[in-house]
Ligand binder design. Structure first.
Ligand code: RIB
Length: 310
């Protein structure tokens, strides 16, 4: 079977992760346990997850003209992610994300978009020859919304399957994105977009049905260790979680999206593709960092065989 072709239009950041026991109060200084510097950004994370799962991946992104820009290009290239459409922006910093992870592995993330804010609809137009040949186009919201709206239109024009991960959560013109094939927020993103509380599986199901009523074909609300809920016009179903001991949950949602794009493009039945992506995401929380915590396809398959079938 030929490798699936995935195009990711989105962000690339450098993650500055501090592992903390307690957060300082205003005016207070506290010691933290550990620091980690790594490549991140929701778009790049999804691209790397898809690549590690065996896809041919191209990124459409922008980096700054600082130390992090060339390092990001070199890093993506070394993993085999296509960077022809990753360009540098003069006099702008790369995207950076100061991240704080507590002892339970839960994260809090600040994002400084930098060059990501300069990814424009014209960049999508330049990449149209790649997008029209893709099996899946993957989008998130760390780049300007006008770029995301435009990319959805390009995917639709060429009949390319499109996954939108509306992260970070923010008000969206749903009419400009409801043509995507999969709309996949986590609970906080679903709350921010729908303007309602999403804490439980039942909340997530109601919220997902609400998005379907607004015109989305398939909605998946991910709930971390509670798994996920999938809804379409016919039904709503639960995606069971895979228990793990989490060290750092940063990037787990991106691992879910990037791997799901590959499993769907390979032709896995939807329920199986979602279950597989759920395990791929869970595994990513067992190591620290974002992209560096993502499993190879071989490691994933061994674990899938052990857990899902065993
Ligand atoms: O989803 C995790 C990612 O969010 C991090 O890699 C960080 O860069 C922010 O984009």
């Amino acid at each position: 079977m030929a490798s699936p072709r995935i195009v990711v239009v989105g962000s690339a950041n450098v993650d500055l992760t501090t592992f903390v026991d307690t957060f300082p109060r205003p005016g207070e200084t506290v010691f933290a346990d550990r620091f980690d510097l790594g490549f991140g950004g929701k778009g790049a994370n999804q691209a790397v997850a898809a690549r590690l799962c065996g896809a041919e991946v191209e990124m459409v992104a922008r980096v700054g003209d600082d130390l992090f820009g060339p390092a990001t290009l070199e890093h993506l290239d070394s993993l085999g992610v296509g960077v022809t459409h990753v360009r540098s922006v003069a006099n702008v910093s790369s995207g950076v994300a100061p991240i704080f992870v507590d002892p339970s592995g839960q994260n809090r993330i600040l994002v400084v978009p930098g060059a990501n804010g300069h990814l424009l609809p014209d960049d999508v137009n330049l990449a149209e020859p790649l997008i029209r040949r893709a099996d899946v186009l993957v989008l998130q919201l760390e780049v300007p919304l006008e770029t995301v709206y435009h990319a959805v239109g390009v995917a639709r024009a060429h009949g390319v399957r499109c996954i939108l991960n509306p992260a970070p959560g923010q008000p969206l013109d749903l009419s400009k994105v409801s043509a995507v094939d999969y709309f996949i927020p986590n609970e906080t993103e679903a709350e921010a977009i729908a303007g309602r509380s999403v804490k439980t599986v039942a909340d997530a199901e109601d919220c997902a049905r609400g998005f379907v009523a607004e015109g989305f074909r398939t909605v998946v609300v991910t709930l971390g260790e509670q798994g996920a809920v999938m809804a379409n016009a016919e039904a709503a179903t639960r995606v069971s979680p895979f228990p793990v001991v989490a060290k750092d949950t940063t990037g787990a949602g991106d691992a879910f999206i990037g791997s799901l794009a590959v499993f769907l493009a390979e032709g896995a039945p939807e329920a199986e593709a979602l279950a597989r992506a759920s395990l791929y995401a869970a595994l990513s929380t067992t190591e620290i960092g974002t992209q560096k915590a993502f499993a190879s396809r071989q490691t994933f398959e061994a674990e899938w065989t052990r857990r899902a079938r065993g």
